[in-house]
Design a protein around this ligand. Sequence first.
Ligand code: G3P
Ligand code: MG
Length: 241
Amino acid sequence: MKIYAHRGSSGTAPENTIAAFREAASLPIHGVEFDVHMTKDGELVVIHDERIDRTTTGSGFVKDMTLGELRQFDAGSWFSADFVGQLIPTLEEVLEVFKPRHHHINIELKSDVFPYEGMGDKVVALVERMGLTDRVVISSFDHVSIRSIKRTVPQIETGALFVEVLVDAFEYGQRIPANALHMALPASLRPASAEAMAKGAVVRVFTVNEEQYVDLLLKTKVEAIFTDYPERMYNYINRKS
Ligand code: G3P
Ligand code: MG
């Protein structure tokens, strides 16, 4: 079972910061996942929430601030004093960390709350310019966006994110179309998901931070997990196999 570092190595460093990504990039794991929003001046930035309040020293919506304004705030101190000085990174800065490495790169478009008009096209243009087209999977809870990306650049891998226990998940994935289903842990353990995997669905599961769930998932056809503790999970899975 493959491992993606969720928001970087977010259990041991502040999520979606260069510190968390450098740690993930140093590990022999399969991939990394992170979240993208767009600023008021159209810059692509890596942060999970629509607001900056939880993970920075600032307050307000990403969409209402320019990149310059966002960069005034610290994105590491909320996690621990060891990470003071971390800033909200741009997508390009994060891709630069992984470009020289081997990792598969999961870019999650956070366009499900605010549509961020044109964000998908900008992400694809940057990925193409950096020569990373065959190393990324673009995922979203906004399935309309990943459908549109697939129509524009068919060779880009896409993933449909969801938390529900879907009826006919395999067929739904085909219909979007998406290459993979990125599903929440509880849904992944249901018979309906086993059925989708038996039909050939590629399933990746978020967020798996406990060994007892790894044990359950190892009995399924799940391809990969997203975890906040990639090093610990890598060691655990390798000890078992
Ligand atoms: O992409 C997997 C996972 O990150 C989706 O949920 O809220 O952690 O972005 P969230
Ligand atoms: Mg995410």
